[in-house]
Design a protein around this ligand. Structure first.
Ligand code: COA
Ligand code: AMP
Length: 631
């Protein structure tokens, strides 16, 4: 059956389609139906089934005779080490950690924050929570203590599992002082912390609160899998919204299992025994779905990569890992390929490795620019699949499902809607637009299994952020168009979210930090185009009347403040002082116009602008910083 028939089958009978997909999962009690819509517009999937994620990702594969197969391969070009963990070992390690957590009182429904770098123990911590029905929330290592504190207060964890340190190519990231500072800042205090001490740094433990990963597990009884309801939250993953308060995306257990299992074959063409690698981080949704859960649910081997596409030690490291692990499907962000392409434009490093097991390259996290796609197609000689999704959806909204049928690629498009998603392009009034017309991209409700049912402790915010603008639809926050063949083109965000090196960031959150500087009266942050990272943030600062301090010093302090409060991942390095910000007569800052000026694009003078002369001042300020950059 080809894609068109599969999509039509889903449309004709969504319940039947997803019940059939649910057959791939081991249920303790089978669900009576797929969709639970009694609380519309809030929907749930497989709510009355009983199931355990860890069982499906680990134990059942041991039972099926895959115990000696490598489940997790750790590749760390930073520490020069390679280590494999079999499914049998993974089962023992996870059951032991879960047993220790349970002995300290962690039970079904308790929250556990995980703050760890790219080491197998991060996945083990996630799986140990899943084993007990505890709800994990992984926090990306590039975030600062304040961001961690915000998440501690929002999800109120009983425990935090962290590593002593992370390793960036140029420095050791001292996790433990960040963790201690976050706990100090947060109002909620976890009952205990578990610290995985890495060789590179042994952290000082707080007596009575902190336990070491190994000592903590000594002599405990391993825990069995605890079956949970299909609508029990598997995890909370925070993502950037318009304000400084991140959104806690909730993932329900049953739908998560069914959807990921379906995607592994249909989209990535991966089955039990295959080898899959997603070069992302466990702190992002790609890491949740396709470093940890997806490949393990499928019974495949997954790679945990601690390194960068370039500089650790060279731009051939991705191809070396693909060769050595005989990777069949590989997933990365376009920005990573741009970094490689910049250092290896003619693909010399690619030629040094044998990549004959590689069948496809998948790209997501930001728009895949045509130059990068063409470069990868030419030098790798495999299908390059751009696919579009979000933290909220947990899996691809649009893709080229090569496990079902390889559709023709249209460069610049992530291809077509996946079953479960009825994607529409709408005008401001919510009316469907014609092919080729640019509008807001929305998805007709209900969203499929595996997508967010709500935000953690914030149902009203969920409805306001996603469901109210276009009643009956989920608003994606992306704008674009669809062509006559149903191929989607994702062009821009409709909100204040920017995408820096595949990392989703909120300009609103950065503005909140800048506004806290004692000399800043008003500010605006925009995302300007960047050849490597896609976008980079740039701040405009208006100072308090009478402030006579040196502008360079204030800019430096502001850059430091964002790094301290949000973290290095914000990559906030550019700011300038201006007298005034351009606004509409109603006071709305004209960020879009400033982006166009910085990028050297033509813009129309907004009809509602309060004082057009301010745009000249902004143009001058940007010119002084070297923008628009020479092409
Ligand atoms: N822990 C601590 N710090 C981190 C971090 C982590 N896990 N990840 C990134 N950082 C830091 C970096 O060290 C850097 O710090 P610096 O300002 O001191 O140099 C800063 O955050 C910005 O990082 P980044 O934007 O990643 O830039 P980079 O110059 O280090 O690397 C790329 C550029 C393109 C090589 C890199 O961004 C990359 O590989 N991107 C792919 C992203 C990805 O996979 N996204 C997931 C979506 S699928
Ligand atoms: P995140 O939630 O971090 O996965 O970021 C989701 C956002 O990244 C989307 O809403 C898009 O704006 C952007 N994005 C992700 N994948 C793609 C893609 N393939 N093409 C264009 N934009 C993408």
């Amino acid at each position: 059956m080809g894609y068109t028939d599969v999509y039509a089958n889903w449309k004709a009978d969504p319940n039947g389609f997803w019940m059939q997909a649910a057959e791939a999962i081991d249920w303790n009690e089978k669900p009576s139906k797929a969709l639970f819509d009694d609380n519309a517009p809030l929907y749930e999937w497989f709510s009355d089934g009983m199931v355990n994620t860890c069982w499906n990702a680990v134990d059942r594969h041991v039972l099926a005779g895959r115990g000696d197969q490598i489940a997790i391969m750790h590749e760390s070009p930073i520490t020069h080490s390679t280590k494999g963990i079999t499914y049998k070992e993974l089962q023992q390690r996870v059951a032991s950690l879960a047993g220790a957590l349970r002995m300290r009182g962690v039970e079904k429904g308790d929250r556990v924050i995980i703050y760890m770098p790219m080491i197998p123990e991060a996945l083990e911590a996630m799986l140990a929570c899943a084993r007990l029905g505890a709800i994990h929330s992984v926090v990306f290592g590039g975030f600062a203590a304040h961001e961690l504190a915000v998440r501690i207060d929002d999800c109120q964890p009983k425990a935090i599992i962290a590593a002593s340190c992370g390793l960036e190519p140029n420095r050791v990231v001292h996790y433990k002082p960040l963790l201690d500072a976050a706990i100090d800042q947060a109002e909620h205090k976890p009952e205990f912390c578990v610290i995985f001490q890495r060789e590179q740094e042994v952290a000082k433990l707080v007596e009575g609160r902190d336990f070491s990963w190994h000592g903590f597990q000594y002599g405990v009884k391993p825990a069995d899998c605890v079956p949970v309801e299909g609508n029990h939250p598997a995890y909370i993953l925070y993502t950037s919204g318009t304000t400084g308060q991140p959104k806690g995306v909730v993932r329900h257990t049953g739908g998560h299992l069914v959807a990921l299992s379906w995607t592994m074959k249909a989209i990535y063409n991966i089955e039990a025994g295959d080898r899959f690698w997603a070069a992302s981080d466990v702190g992002w949704v790609v890491g949740h779905s396709y470093i940890c859960y997806g490949p393990l649910i499928a019974g495949a081997t997954t790679v945990v990569f601690e390194g960068k596409p370039v500089g650790t030690p060279h731009p051939g490291v991705f191809w070396r890992v693909i060769q050595n692990n005989r990777i069949k499907s590989f997933f990365t962000a376009p920005t990573a390929l741009r970094a490689i392409k910049r250092e290896d434009p003619t693909g010399e490093w690619i030629k040094r490795y044998k990549l004959h097991d590689l069948q496809a390259l998948f790209l997501a996290g930001e728009r895949a620019d045509p130059d990068t796609v063409k470069w990868a197609q030419e030098h790798l000689g495999v299908p390059v699949v751009d696919h579009w999704w979000q933290t909220e959806t947990g899996w691809a909204i649009a893709a080229n499902p090569i496990g079902i049928e390889e559709l023709p690629t249209k460069i610049g498009s992530p291809s077509v809607a996946m079953p479960g998603y009825d994607v529409q392009v709408l005008d401001e009034g919510g009316h469907p637009l014609k092919p080729g017309e640019l509008g807001a991209i929305a998805i007709k409700l209900p969203l499929p299994p595996g997508t967010l049912p709500t935000l953690w402790n914030a149902e009203a915010r969920y409805k306001k952020s996603y469901l109210e603008h276009f009643p009956g639809y989920y608003e994606t926050g992306d704008a674009g168009y669809m062509d006559e063949d149903g191929y989607l083109y994702i062009m821009a965000r409709t909100d204040d979210v920017i995408n820096v090196a595949g990392h989703r960031l909120s300009t609103g959150a950065m503005e909140e930090v800048l506004a806290s500087h004692p000399d800043v009266a008003e500010c605006a942050v925009i995302g300007i185009s960047d050849d490597l990272k896609g976008q980079q943030p740039l701040g405009f600062l208006c100072l308090n009347k009478g402030c006579e301090r040196d502008h360079k010093t204030i800019v430096k302090e502001c850059v430091g403040l964002v790094r301290d409060q949000i973290g290095p991942v914000a990559a906030f390095k550019l700011a300038t002082v201006v007298d005034r910000l351009p606004k509409t007569r109603s006071g709305k800052i004209l960020r879009g116009t400033m982006v166009k000026i910085a990028d050297g694009e033509a813009y129309k003078m907004p009809a509602t602008i309060d004082d057009p002369a301010i745009l000249d001042e902004i143009t001058e300020a940007l010119k002084a910083m070297g923008f628009p950059a020479a092409k």
